[in-house]
Design a protein around this ligand. Sequence first.
Ligand code: PLP
Length: 365
Amino acid sequence: MQPRQQLRHISMYSPGKPIEELQRELGITNVIKMASNENPFGSSPLARQAITDEMENMHLYPEITAPVLANKLAERIGVSANQLILGNGSDEIIRMLTRTYLQDKDEVIMASVTFPRYKTNVIIDGGVPVEVPMKKGGIHDLQAMENAIAKNTKMIIVCNPNNPTGTMVPAHELEAFIKRIPSHILVIIDEAYYEYIRTSDYFQSIKFLDEYENLIILRTFSKIYGLASLRVGYGIVHPVIVSELLKSKEPFNVNRFAQAAAYACLDDDAFKKETQEQNNNGRLYLEDAFQRLGLSYFSTHTNFIMVDTNIPGETINDELLKKGIIIRPGHLMGYPTMIRVTIGTEEENRLFIDALEEILQRHGK
Ligand SMILES: Cc1ncc(COP(=O)(O)O)c(C=O)c1O
């Protein structure tokens, strides 16, 4: 029995190792996960209460376009509800986009290296990923991406800030870039880490939605809002694009608990602010430690940081795992001596640095 030939070119998604798996392997309980850019401070109590309240409706399908959540979200971000498409994580919006817009051999331009689900979905839906090397410092090379435009180009994806490098493109560069892209090409800006941005030099994409109907913005409740397991993300787009995407989406894609929790956590500014502050403190702590250890790192605008350990990232990964600390080795992302670590709680960051220091010393670094 042969699957579609596109599937021969891909393998199953390889996530950060789950805590439960390492606990089983090591027979220990104190495992720290700093691998998948989740929120180490959990989620808002308002979200938990909303889920409890929603329990009594567990037997009922949810509304298929999450209209109550969409209305509140639209009001908060200053768009109309008909510009929003809700997904089972922003992962699903990426899938809806490739499924809806790609025809055989259509090309999709993206950075090398960036979030892997772009490439996978493009391949599954019969398109061709065109990967453009980044500039020094792990920043998107927008000029090279523009130069890569060909007859069959259908989409360009800019992950801003980028996963795994954490870097962002200066606002004026991205604005000028979008202006130059022909209107038949969809420009997708993935802003999964939007809420962690702390610079005024960030491209405020929403302001440009009216001007550029081909602009697509992706955001998620998985990161700062701490709802990763519930799977709820969204796209902010022109209403015409929403109506096309709705045709291919799974009917009940955002479950009741996800809709209720996302709706509730929008009211918890204190939780969001606290996470932003703690994340910034954690970033400064890690950057200081890396400097003290003589390690270089990419400048991050997210809740993770990529650091060069000068020895194979796989070795560091294996040794950290033995100590119960899960990170992401860079060889999976094209940076063999780097690791990507999610900024954790104060204690997690300290334990990680202590462990890293010990491993580096043992390797004569
Ligand atoms: C850049 C980027 N886009 C999208 C996603 C997917 O997020 P979600 O949980 O909303 O599917 C992630 C998750 O790590 C990400 O890093």
